[in-house]
Design a protein around this ligand. Structure first.
Ligand SMILES: [Zn+2]
Length: 579
């Protein structure tokens, strides 16, 4: 008798093939039959009218700290994710010399906006080397399977000490050899690859550039050689390719990536985003990716299926009034007192006046956008409408209501006793609609990624991109073309898994790991993110729930039923790949 049979579902199998009606049988954590299944099972689920998909594979998370104390791995696990990759963008907690703990925490606090107090209390540091970190993860069951890249920033400071955190310092020959040796050891112990960051945006909590920012050829090629020798794993990175309109810089970076791929012989993916100030730069990068692929190199662009969005709010990291002195003086107050103060008409008048003054002196950029990008600031409805268009922005709503946008934003932030959040797309929204994003996510050589789940705890909550990719692109889009559901499911499953080398998952077919979602597509919805204080030491993070995931199954066990964790923890550490 089988353990589980999901009957009468519409199977979207993850390969990109169109949906077909069928049953799915599971035994010992593995899919044993798909199609018309006879026989019986210990548990049967009626999936009449529901989709059956593989569990989702999120290759770009920053749960490196959280998974050491939290087995549930929300919010990702609430959005159909059954496998995650960590150590992305070159940041993580191993290897970690005993005297570098505080620095590593400041790195993750600065780069990824994860509260340092939560990390300080939550991390047990019962590891020093990367293999020991993997052992610590392996000792603890989770709802999802997880794999980790070797993070370059941690590796560099482990080997070079203080100098490793300074990007102007180059490692000696001996230090490069040691980094290469540690990468070989990490790969042998089960790392899924190597990750690094080359962006000015990534800074420690004290504002310093990341040590890997300008790591040169010699250092990177020594690491590439180690990857070649180990013959496994992927390379993931972020560079300022999208930041600068300077083609010469971008080309120089792309040339470096090409040398790295050729030297390592390993698949590489990098962050691709559309910035407001250089809306066509990603097309230039995409052309390069296509050329590399034509030349036989395994290069992919990681793209987000919706605009990476900063959430603005009184409890969030950012809101439009942060730089107004009449706001700053009450900013430290508890929320209820702050809301009461903000409701005084005189304070509102002063803050709006100061806002105009401060904003007029700001250069174009992220701060200006946060303060007055009203044509790209959106209300979060329930469910959240993730198909953005400037016609639905706060500015547009203020115009039709005949009020000033800033006044409307002020009042909106006081809704729900000050818990209201507003959504500001940072990337992939340069022309105020989704036309470019459609081209980006349907391009041939991309991976769906960049959720940054587990990070940016007070600013970004994109772990739900798996859910919104289905609702927006396959079901709801009204301003332009949709994307077939099989393509969206494929991007969230087999394509990501195959890139990493996890060939045992991401497909609903016999012999594959029984990671499955049973989804009521009509009911599928993202609810608005909220701020919760459930990290260690009462640390703050954004949380987001979904409706419509009737069942999530990990290795044959139901882990979530209608959004509730069943208590099952069948997930664990994935050592390396099975390619
Ligand atoms: Zn990242």
């Amino acid at each position: 008798m089988a353990d589980l049979i999901i009957r009468n579902g519409t199977v979207v199998d993850g390969t990109g093939a169109p949906p077909v009606a069928g049953d799915v049988e599971v035994t010992d954590g593995v899919i044993t039959a798909v199609g018309a299944v006879d026989g019986t099972a210990t548990r049967e689920i009626d999936a009449e009218g529901l989709l059956v998909t593989p569990g989702f594979v999120d290759i770009h998370t920053h749960f490196d700290g959280q998974v050491t104390w939290d087995p549930v791995v929300a919010p990702s696990s609430l959005h159909g994710v059954t496998t995650i990759a960590m150590g992305n963008c070159g940041v993580g907690f191993a290897p970690a010399a005993p005297d570098r703990h505080a620095w590593l925490i400041s790195l993750l606090e600065g780069v990824e906006d994860i509260p340092g107090t939560a990390l300080t209390e939550g991390l047990t540091w019962n590891w020093e080397s990367f293999p020991e970190y993997l052992d610590a993860l392996a000792a603890m069951p989770h709802t999802v399977d997880m794999g980790a890249h070797v993070p370059h920033a941690a590796l560099r400071t482990y080997v070079m000490g203080e100098r490793g955190a300074d990007h102007t310092e180059a490692p000696s020959e001996g230090e490069m050899a040691q980094m290469a040796q540690l990468v070989r050891e990490a790969m042998a112990a089960g790392a899924i690859g190597f990750a690094t960051s080359r962006t000015e945006i990534h800074r420690t909590s004290t504002g310093e550039n990341i040590g890997t920012l300008t790591a040169g050829d010699a250092e990177l090629l020594a690491i590439a050689e180690a990857l070649r020798e180990s013959g496994t794993g992927v390379v993931q990175l972020i560079s300022d390719l999208y930041q600068t309109p300077d083609d010469a810089f971008a080309q120089q970076e792309l040339d470096l990536l090409e040398r790295f791929v050729r030297a390592s012989g390993r698949p590489l993916s990098f962050t691709m985003q559309q910035a407001y100030h250089s809306p066509d730069r990603w097309r230039f990068q995409m052309d390069w990716v296509d050329r590399m692929v034509s030349a036989g190199l395994d290069v992919k662009a990681q793209v987000a299926t919706r605009p990476i969005g900063v959430l603005l709010g009184l409890q969030a990291t950012a809101n439009p009034f942060l730089f107004c002195s009449s706001y700053a003086e009450i900013a430290p107050l508890p929320l209820a007192e702050r809301v009461a103060a903000l409701r005084e008409p005189e304070r509102k008048r002063r803050i709006l006046e100061e806002h105009t003054q401060v904003a007029s002196g700001l250069e174009p950029g992220i701060f200006r956008q946060i303060m007055c990008g009203f044509d790209v600031i959106f209300r979060l409805t329930d469910p959240v409408d993730y198909e953005l268009h400037t016609d639905r922005s706060v500015a547009a709503q203020a115009r039709s209501a005949g009020v000033e946008p800033i006044s409307m934003v002020y009042d909106l932030l006081l809704h729900g006793d000050g818990e209201q959040l507003l959504y500001l797309p940072l990337f992939n929204f340069a022309h105020g609609d989704f036309e470019d994003l459609h081209d980006m996510i349907t391009a041939p050589n991309v991976l769906f990624g960049l959720s940054d789940a587990g990070a940016h705890c007070g600013a970004i909550c994109d772990a739900s991109m798996t859910t919104s990719s289905l609702t927006v692109w396959s079901r709801d889009r009204r301003d332009g073309g949709r994307v077939p559901i099989e393509a969206i499911v494929h991007g969230n499953t087999q394509r990501n898994a195959r890139h990493v080398g996890w060939l045992d998952r991401g497909v609903v077919a016999p012999g594959h790991v029984a990671d499955l979602n049973v989804i009521d597509l009509d009911a599928l919805a993202c609810h608005p993110p909220t701020i919760v204080h459930d990290l260690p030491a009462g640390g703050r993070r954004l949380m987001q729930t979904a409706s419509g995931y009737r069942f999530t199954v990990k290795s044959g066990e139901v882990t979530f039923e209608d959004g509730e964790h069943t208590g099952a923890l069948p997930g664990g550490l994935l050592r390396g790949t099975n390619s």
